[in-house]
Every structure is written in C-alpha cells, then in structure tokens.
Design a protein around this ligand. Structure first.
Ligand SMILES: Nc1nc2c(ncn2[C@@H]2O[C@H](COP(=O)(O)OP(=O)(O)O)[C@@H](O)[C@H]2O)c(=O)[nH]1
Ligand SMILES: [Mg+2]
Length: 201
C-alpha cells in the first residue's frame, strides 16, 4: 500500500490559460465544483495546512488554475469554481472554457475530486462536468461537502439520492461524506489519491 505524506505539499504555479502550464511529467488530480463548494478548504484539510489553497468567504475568488506539488511526480490542482452567480457573463464564460479545455486536453489529469455542497448536489453545471468526465474516461471521486451542516439522517438521505442518480451513468460510483470543518472524510480522500497515484506510478 502506497502512503503519501500530504502535509509537505507546496504551491507550484497558477495559470490563466492551458498553454501556460508547461508541466507534462507525472500525474495530477483536480479538485472541481461550484464556486464556494469547499474546494480550497478540502485541499487545505487534505494537506493539513491553513492557507495553502486560499479559502475565501467571497465566492469566485479563485480565478486561476492553481497547481500544488504533493511529491515530485504527483500534483493536485485547484480549479476555478464555476457558477458564481454575481460575476459578469464574460468572466463566467472564460472560466467555463478554461475548465472545459483543461478536462479535454490535459494528459497528466488522472482523476477528479468532485466537491458538491451536500445540501445542493448535482446542480446543472455539475451534471455537465460529470458528462465530460465520463466521455473523457476521467474517474470521479465525489465529496458531499459541508456535511456538518446536516444531521446524520439528512446526510444519509442526500448520499442515497446522489448515489441512485449517478448509478444510472456510472459503473463505479464513489461518494463520501466530507467536512473540512469537522475533519470528516479526509482519510478516505487520502486513500483514493493514494490509489490513483499507485495506478500511474
Ligand atoms: N460548514 C462548513 N463550511 C465550510 C466547509 N468547507 C468550507 N466551508 C466554507 O465554505 C466557503 C467556501 O469554501 P472554499 O473552500 O473557499 O470553497 P471554494 O470556492 O470551492 O474553494 C467558506 O466560507 C468556507 O469557510 C465545511 O466543511 N463546513
Ligand atoms: Mg477556492
């Protein structure tokens, strides 16, 4: 069993276009989801660092693709959140195109950690991204984030709803309850990343 030390993860670079990435070795796993779904907080929890990926109360602040190096041939990527209602359409379209191109073209990309606020899962743009991932054969690991906001009964109910809907499209549905605040699901996330890393090492 591979075991990776996540708390040594460090910032590598930020880009606003795919052609600026310039890193082709190794593999990477991207964190994706709506703006404010908890992506940056999840990266911070995963790596046990407070400010590695900026987490903001203002949704939509992460406008770039941010790369972090876990170990030399393994990166995690914080993608710009989609669907932030209050920003201009031109910016929304730019981000959507950036994410779309990244998913379609990025060869080192080997998996998606998909964050969905447990209270509002499978919104329209989530479904769009899941479709792209299925078409591109990119495996998805779903985190139902901020699960601390619901009771255990509600959490189970939401889990079941998401599972049932996705089972129609996906052979293997991997979903976990997740909370950065309560440190729930972090070891499950690490185990999944270890598995992905091991597959491509
Ligand atoms: N209750 C709760 N709030 C969270 C959790 N994770 C993040 N948040 C809050 O949700 C907001 C967005 O988080 P952030 O990580 O910046 O989301 P991002 O836009 O997807 O990167 C912030 O106000 C966080 O404090 C969590 O596990 N539980
Ligand atoms: Mg963020």
């Amino acid at each position: 069993m591979v075991s990776i030390i996540y708390n040594k993860t460090c910032f590598l670079k930020s880009v606003s276009k795919i052609s600026d990435i310039n890193i082709e070795h190794g593999i990477e796993i991207a964190f994706i989801g709506y703006s404010n779904s908890g992506k940056s907080s999840a990266i911070n929890s995963l790596t046990n660092q407070k400010k590695l990926a900026r987490s903001s109360k203002k949704p939509g602040r992460t406008q770039l693709i941010n790369f972090f190096q876990v170990i030399s041939n393994f990166r995690i990527v914080d993608l710009p959140g989609y669907g932030y209602a209050k920003c201009p359409m031109s910016i929304k379209l730019k981000w959507q195109k950036l994410i779309y191109n990244y998913l379609k073209k990025r060869k080192p990309l080997k998996g998606l950690v998909f964050l969905m606020d447990i209270r509002y899962p499978l919104k329209i743009y989530d479904q769009y991204i899941i479709n792209i991932a299925i078409n591109q054969n990119i495996p998805i690991f779903i985190l139902l984030s901020k699960c601390d906001k619901l009771t255990l009964t509600q959490q189970k109910k939401q889990f079941q709803i998401v599972y049932t809907k996705l089972k129609i499209f996906l052979q293997d549905v991997h979903i976990e309850l997740f909370s950065s605040f309560k440190k729930i699901g972090i070891s499950k996330l690490q185990s999944q990343l270890n598995i992905w890393y091991k597959q491509y090492k």
